[in-house]
Design a protein around this ligand. Structure first.
Ligand code: FRU
Length: 539
C-alpha cells in the first residue's frame, strides 16, 4: 500500500458522476452484443477496439479466470458494474470460440456489502476432487481474492483467498460456504491474486499468490482445491523496487525450443510500478520447479535496473498478464490488460474504460544463448489476417524521405507485416494513424545507431488526458542480418508491435482523431529498404 497510484488508493467518484457513468450510453463494438441504450455525446466510439475485447460499458482491469472449457474460452475480468472507474470490484465475464470474437456475459461475481471480488483464476475440476459438483457434472472452480468490508466479520481491508464454483459451465457462481480457504492475516493484509494450475508430475493443484507489498510469490498445493498446504516462497535476493507491488503471478512449464525433453518453468510476476516502460508491466523469470520450489536460472545482480530483467512486453500497456488453464494442446495462451496503472483511471474512453491486449501464444526459445519468451498473436488472429483482403508491396526504397502509402490501404484497423533494412539510414520505420498534414501519427521505427526499436506516441492524438501518459518506449534490439521483421497490429486505440516472430513485443494505447488513418514509411539520414509489405484489414 505504498503506491498512491495504486487502485486500492482510489476513492469512489461523487454520486452524480456515478449516476452519469451508469446511465451513459454505449457504442457499437464488433466483439460484444449491441446495447439497448442510446449513444451519448461524450461517448468515444472512435476508440472502441474492433479486434480487442472491451466491455460494453464501465471499468475493466485484470483478466481473471482464463479457462478453456467445452469448446469455449472464458475471460473473466476485474469489472465495476456501476461505473466507468475502478471500484466495486466484481468479475465480468465474456466467452469466445476463438479468442477474437467475444460475447459479453452476465456479471459472474458481484461485489456485495461484505466484500469486493479481486483477481483470481478458474480451473476445470474434471475429477470433482472438490466434491462441489458431481462425477457426471464436475464443477468449474474459481479461487479469487476477497477484500473484506466493515461488517463482514473480518477486519476491513484484509485480503484472503476464497473459492466459488459453477455447475453450469461458468454462467452462475456459488460462493463456498466456508470461505476464506486461505488467509495470512494478521501476517499480511495484501495477500492476493491466486493463480491455480494442475501440476501433472506431482498429481496435485498448485497455487501461486502474492504478498504484494512484500514482493513474495507464495506457492501452495492442494488435492481438493479447498485445503491448501504451503510449499515455498519465491522472491528476489535483492528486490530492486521497494515501494512497488508484486501482483498477478503465474507459474507454468514450456518446452525449450519445442523440445519436450527440455522443459523449463516460467514465473510471470506483474510489477507496479517499475516496469521497463514506466508504471505497471509484466516481468518473467525462467528456471526450474521441483514440485516445491521455483528456482530461477539467473537473477539480475543487486542494483539492476528494469532493462536487466525480462519483460513480456516493452510497451506501456500490458499488465496483469496470465495464461489460460486447460488450453488446447497444452499451449501457453495469454491475455494481458491493455493499460497502465499510471494513467488507467484517466483513459478518455466512454462509456467503457479498459481493453484486453490481443491474446498471444507464448513459446520458450533460445535467443542469444538464453531461454527467452516469445509471444505472437494467437493462431485464430493469424487466420483472420490471412483471410482478409490484402495488399502486397514487394519493395520500397527511401532515401531521407517519407512516403505515404496509397489511400486504399489507409485505416484505423490494420495488420501490417514488413521487413525493414535500415541500410545507411539513421532511423527507418512507419507512421500509423497519421493525419493528412503529417503533423500527427504514431511512429514505430528502428534507430540504427542506437540499435533500438522505438514506439513514439508523443504526437499520436490525445496525449494530454494524463501527465503520466508516457511518450516514447524503447527496446534494445540488435539486428540479425541487417534486417528486422515487424508485425504491427493497429486497432482503433492501440498499436501492438511484434518484432522478429515475437522476440520483442511493444503494446501501446493511442487516442488519435477518428479520421487520422494514413500510413507512411520513412527513412531519416540515409537509405532504407522496406520489403514484403503486406497490409490487411482484419475484422
Ligand atoms: C492488479 C490488481 C490486482 C488486484 C486487482 C484489483 O492490477 O491490483 O492485484 O487483485 O488489480 O482490481
Amino acid at each position: 500500500m505504498h503506491d498512491p497510484q495504486h487502485p486500492l488508493f482510489f476513492r469512489s467518484r461523487p454520486l452524480s458522476s456515478w449516476l452519469f457513468a451508469a446511465l451513459a450510453a454505449t457504442a457499437t463494438a464488433c466483439v460484444s452484443p449491441s446495447s439497448s441504450l442510446a449513444a451519448s455525446e461524450t461517448d468515444t466510439p472512435q476508440w472502441r477496439s474492433v479486434l480487442h475485447y472491451t466491455p460494453q460499458r464501465n471499468w475493466m482491469n485484470d483478466p481473471n479466470g482464463l479457462v478453456y472449457y467445452k469448446g469455449l474460452y472464458h475471460l473473466f475480468y476485474q469489472y465495476n458494474p456501476h461505473g466507468n472507474f475502478w471500484g466495486d470490484m466484481s468479475w465480468g465475464h465474456a466467452t469466445s470460440p476463438d479468442l477474437i470474437h467475444w460475447n459479453e456475459q452476465a456479471v459472474a461475481m458481484h461485489a456485495n456489502s461484505t466484500e469486493e471480488v479481486f483477481s483470481g483464476s478458474v480451473v476445470a475440476d474434471t475429477r470433482n476432487a472438490s466434491g462441489l459438483g458431481t462425477a457426471k457434472a464436475p464443477p468449474l472452480v474459481a479461487l479469487y481474492t476477497s477484500v473484506y468490508k466493515t461488517g463482514s466479520g473480518h477486519e476491513a481491508g484484509v485480503q484472503a483467498q476464497s473459492l466459488a464454483y459453477s455447475t453450469d459451465d461458468g454462467k452462475t457462481w456459488q460462493q463456498y460456504a466456508r470461505n476464506p480457504v486461505l488467509t495470512l492475516n494478521p501476517e499480511s493484509r495484501q495477500f492476493r491474486d491466486p493463480k491455480v494450475s494442475w501440476y501433472a508430475q506431482g498429481g496435485y493443484w498448485l497455487m501461486t499468490a502474492v504478498v504484494a507489498d512484500a514482493h513474495v510469490v507464495k506457492l501452495y498445493r492442494s488435492d481438493n482445491l479447498i485445503d491448501w498446504t504451503f510449499l515455498s516462497d519465491f522472491t528476489l535476493p535483492d528486490v530492486p523496487h521497494h515501494g512497488a507491488l508484486w501482483e498477478m503471478p503465474d507459474l507454468f512449464a514450456l518446452p525449450l525450443d519445442g523440445d519436450p525433453a527440455r522443459q523449463k518453468w516460467v514465473m510471470i510476476v506483474n510489477v507496479n510500478p517499475w516496469s521497463i516502460a514506466g508504471g505497471s508491466g509484466a516481468m518473467y523469470f525462467v528456471g526450474q520447479f521441483d514440485g516445491t520450489r521455483f528456482m530461477p536460472d539467473d537473477v539480475a545482480p543487486a542494483g539492476s535496473d528494469p532493462a536487466q530483467y525480462q519483460w513480456l512486453d516493452h510497451g506501456a500497456d500490458y499488465y496483469a498478464a496470465g495464461t489460460f488453464s486447460n488450453a488446447p494442446a497444452g499451449k501457453a495462451l495469454t491475455i494481458g490488460w491493455m493499460s497502465n496503472w499510471d494513467y488507467a483511471n484517466h483513459v478518455p474512453t466512454s462509456p467503457w474504460k479498459g481493453a484486453m491486449a490481443l491474446p498471444r501464444e507464448l513459446a520458450l526459445k533460445t535467443i542469444d544463448g538464453e531461454p527467452r519468451l516469445t509471444s505472437v498473436p494467437v493462431q485464430s488472429c493469424a487466420a483472420l489476417v490471412r483471410q482478409s483482403a490484402r495488399t502486397y508491396i514487394h519493395k520500397i526504397d527511401l532515401s531521407s524521405a517519407t512516403r505515404e502509402l496509397a489511400s486504399s490501404v489507409h485505416g484505423a484497423v490494420r495488420n501490417i507485416d514488413l521487413t525493414i533494412r535500415p541500410g545507411t539510414a539513421q532511423r527507418a520505420g512507419l507512421i500509423v494513424r497519421g493525419s493528412a498534414t503529417g503533423n500527427t501519427g504514431t511512429r514505430i521505427f528502428y534507430d540504427a545507431r542506437r540499435q533500438t526499436l522505438i514506439v513514439d506516441r508523443s504526437r499520436s492524438g490525445n496525449t494530454w488526458f494524463s501527465g503520466a501518459f508516457s511518450r516514447e518506449h524503447i527496446v534494445n534490439l540488435p539486428l540479425h542480418g541487417g534486417k528486422l521483421h515487424l508485425q504491427v497490429v493497429i486497432d482503433q486505440n492501440s498499436v501492438e508491435v511484434f518484432a522478429d516472430d515475437g522476440r520483442t513485443v511493444m503494446t501501446d494505447l493511442i487516442f488519435p482523431s477518428f479520421d487520422d488513418n494514413r500510413i507512411r514509411l520513412f527513412a531519416d539520414g540515409g537509405d532504407a529498404t522496406f520489403n514484403d509489405i503486406v497490409l490487411s484489414e482484419p475484422s
